[in-house]
Ligand binder design. Structure first.
Ligand SMILES: *[C@@H]1O[C@H](CO)[C@@H](O)[C@H](O)[C@H]1NC(C)=O
Ligand SMILES: *[C@@H]1O[C@H](CO)[C@@H](O)[C@H](O)[C@H]1NC(C)=O
Ligand SMILES: *[C@@H]1O[C@H](CO)[C@@H](O)[C@H](O)[C@H]1NC(C)=O
Ligand SMILES: *[C@@H]1O[C@H](CO)[C@@H](O)[C@H](O)[C@H]1NC(C)=O
Ligand SMILES: *[C@@H]1O[C@H](CO)[C@@H](O)[C@H](O)[C@H]1NC(C)=O
Ligand SMILES: *[C@@H]1O[C@H](CO)[C@@H](O)[C@H](O)[C@H]1NC(C)=O
Ligand SMILES: *[C@@H]1O[C@H](CO)[C@@H](O)[C@H](O)[C@H]1NC(C)=O
Length: 639
């Protein structure tokens, strides 16, 4: 077999570079044949886990602002000055927000007193414009000072005086914006103070304070601009939401309820999420869909299937109210404004129906004792939804055939999840090579990630070896993307200070510059930004492993070849596309590599793709090296 190394050896030319290359491979890409690739292949899976929603992508920066969840405390509020603070249920803001913060001032007090909120382990304070909303009750007429302050330094980064008038009879709504300077760290609080002499011997009540930096697409109650841009840069195609386990509830009564996540935030009760903390649901159904519209993502709407995490399962006739609830949700999303719920949607600012083309029934219904009832539960939802909305693609939450109706209705896709060790992802490379292609079935890899090393030890941060193993798996998915419609790494995002489920694709905390892409993030981005429409046949003089590849072409005449090298030594590769005409001799090459256990850490990102060019020709090929534990994408463009 042709080998660059052998030729060099025979010429006595073993250079340092070449001696580290092994198994020179020649790949020949056909320009015809092959299968269409799913246009949705790479996307996002989102649920509120590890404060990825509240404290993560959602723009609102103050924690516990509505005292939601099962056991609200006053953390992270603190009194400022000699005031005392307590949570008070006798002055609720609304039937949903049932507590307010009572700020009491002792008789004779003067000066400015009030309260602070330390956010999610600090308030990110940047050179930005902040929108600030809150409600206040109690007799007061005068200045309220809003500030962003260093918690230990006392440095004031932003200060705004508002003159307000509030009364004892009802809550007044205050809405303002102010500019801030940059804090060097995340150790900041937001604080509100008022003239104590006016309140001395009495109290004021504050409810649902909200602090937002400028948001993605400048939306009211929107997602963070920095996080939105970071995800958009991955070129995702879809968003699966709202879970995941967080859809399920600890019991049927505490499942995610669409109707309690819509409308004014003061009407959203929030809920105790499934990951150990309260969800405000300010990031609610319409905010998810706004995110989809602004990022051009196809929504993959998950609905509750009757299965709760705690094991409570509604099935048989007990399921009927939940099937009706799903139909109500769809009327809300898709109904014309002449329907009751379509009119409600319109009243909340979205007269046009949303573009819902995919709907998933449940989450991991093969687990949590759900398997034996899922076939009947799935069928109840499927029949009702398909009858009314025949063009929606319905996705079953498991691929395990023993949990599914037999036969599965044609056109149904099934979801499969993989949290694996690196060697397991490599052996899953051919998972779908021989999978039946019948009846319009499709596969959705709704969650996957390398979560442990090959000895089973949890990888807290995505490593190069793990990310390369994911790349091997993704190459397998892309080669089968006539069948595999979508795939999403999970979880998407974490707040570092509270994360226990790791690794996550992206992380952040309150510090400037803390938004960090894991190694896996950069692999996702490399693959998702180099997508063809057609997967092309490739012949090679070398078998797969440790080198893996997939080639594709676009309708605009570009060719992409993605490669992953799961071996420890570099591989020399020559890629020929002999029948490609009119392509540039200069190809783009992006490469990512690092030490097997290297990771990206907050404020310490070392594993990034590098870009270079390679000269060659379609018939002679482009020759380059794929480093050990490396991922590469070759781009050949029209001349
Ligand atoms: C190139 O085109 C010729 C003529 O159609 C064909 O015989 C040959 O197989 C093609 N080569 C590849 C790699 O597709
Ligand atoms: C196209 O799909 C078929 C399975 O239906 C598979 O055998 C073939 O290898 C695929 N072609 C490419 C180029 O991936
Ligand atoms: C806000 O009002 C307080 C109290 O009157 C005053 O001391 C302070 O200078 C004012 N701050 C600004 C920024 O105007
Ligand atoms: C939301 O809908 C459920 C029925 O699925 C109902 O039990 C609940 O009361 C509704 N919530 C509100 C606030 O209307
Ligand atoms: C609706 O979404 C589908 C799938 O993502 C897309 O193909 C279609 O163009 C969208 N339609 C509109 C009107 O945006
Ligand atoms: C459930 O499906 C997952 C993949 O989505 C699989 O790993 C697991 O083994 C399945 N469990 C059962 C009990 O079927
Ligand atoms: C983060 O998520 C994990 C799930 O893996 C959960 O056990 C933990 O409670 C969460 N941490 C916080 C602080 O919410």
């Amino acid at each position: 077999m042709f080998s660059l190394q052998n030729i060099c050896r025979s010429l006595g030319l073993v250079s340092l570079v070449l001696s580290s290359l092994t198994n020179a491979a020649t790949l020949t890409v056909s320009t015809t044949g092959g299968n269409a690739s799913s246009p949705l292949l790479y996307g996002l899976m989102f649920e509120d886990i590890n404060n990825s929603g509240d404290g993560g992508i959602h723009g609102q920066l103050l924690k516990n602002n509505g005292f939601q969840g099962t056991s609200p405390t006053t953390s992270p509020y603190a009194a400022v000055g000699s005031a005392t603070i307590s949570r008070d249920t006798s002055n609720p803001l609304s039937s949903a927000i049932t507590s307010s913060l009572k700020v009491s001032v002792a008789s004779g007090t003067t000066g400015y007193v009030g309260f602070s909120n330390a956010g999610y382990n600090g308030v990110p304070v940047n050179l930005d414009t902040y929108a600030n909303y809150f409600w206040v009750k109690g007799a007061y007429s005068g200045i309220v000072t809003l500030e962003l302050v260093g918690a230990s330094s006392g440095i004031v980064y932003a200060s705004q005086n508002l003159t307000i008038t509030s009364t004892a009879s009802s809550f007044s709504y205050i809405d303002t914006t102010f500019a801030s300077t940059q804090s060097p760290d995340g150790n900041n609080v937001w604080q509100l103070t008022f003239d104590a002499s006016q309140v001395a011997g009495g109290s004021l009540w504050f409810a649902l304070p909200q602090l937002f930096p400028v948001t993605y697409h400048a939306r009211y109650n929107g997602i963070r601009l920095d996080v939105g841009n970071f995800l958009e840069a991955m070129n995702p195609s879809f968003l699966r939401f709202p879970g995941g386990n967080n859809l399920e509830g600890a019991s049927p009564a505490t499942r995610w309820k669409w109707n309690e996540t819509i409308g004014p935030v003061e009407d959203r009760p929030g809920r105790q999420g499934d990951w150990g903390y309260a969800n405000t649901d300010a990031l609610g159904l319409m905010e998810y869909l706004q995110w989809c519209e602004d990022m051009n993502l196809a929504p993959v709407l998950a609905i509750w299937s009757g299965l709760s995490l705690g094991g409570g399962i509604a099935s048989g006739t007990a399921l009927t109210p939940y099937v009706n609830d799903a139909l109500n949700e769809l009327e809300f999303l898709l109904g014309s404004t002449s329907t009751t719920l379509g009119a409600l949607r319109s009243s909340y600012g979205h007269p046009a129906p949303y573009n819902i083309t995919m709907l998933e029934i449940g989450n991991e219904d093969n687990l949590s004792s759900g398997c034996s009832t899922y076939a009947s539960r799935f069928t109840a939802f499927y029949n009702a939804i398909h009858a009314t909305y025949p063009s929606i693609t319905i996705i079953a939450s498991t691929t395990s055939s023993s949990c599914l109706p037999s036969p599965l209705p044609s056109g149904v896709w099934t979801d499969i999840h993989h949290y694996e060790e690196p060697h397991a992802f490599v052996s899953l490379f051919n998972e779908f090579d021989n999978y039946p292609r019948t009846d319009g079935y499709g596969i959705f890899v709704g969650e996957y990630a390398n979560t442990a090393d090959d000895s089973g030890a949890t990888t807290y941060w995505s490593t190069v070896q793990g990310a390369v193993s994911e790349a091997v798996y993704m190459i397998g998915l892309e080669r089968n993307s006539d069948l595999v419609k979508m795939a999403s790494y999970a979880p998407l995002l974490e707040h570092y200070d509270v994360a226990e489920w790791s690794p996550d694709l992206v992380g952040l905390d309150a510090r400037p510059g803390s938004l960090t892409g894991s190694v896996s993030y950069y692999v996702q981005k490399l693959f998702s930004t180099a997508r063809g429409n057609t997967i092309l046949p490739v012949t090679s003089d070398t078998a797969f492993n440790p080198l893996f590849w997939v080639a594709s072409s676009t309708t605009t005449g570009k060719y992409y070849v993605k490669l992953a090298n799961y071996g420890t030594t570099a591989q020399s590769v020559t890629i020929k596309i002999p029948n490609a005409s009119g392509v540039s001799a200069t190809a783009g090459l992006q490469t990512l590599t690092g030490g097997a256990t290297s990771s990206n850490y907050p404020l310490d990102v070392t594993v990034l793709p590098t870009s270079t060019t390679v000269s060659g020709s379609a018939s002679g090929g482009w020759t380059f090296s794929v480093p050990g534990y490396g991922v590469a994408v070759l781009t050949v463009s029209p001349a």
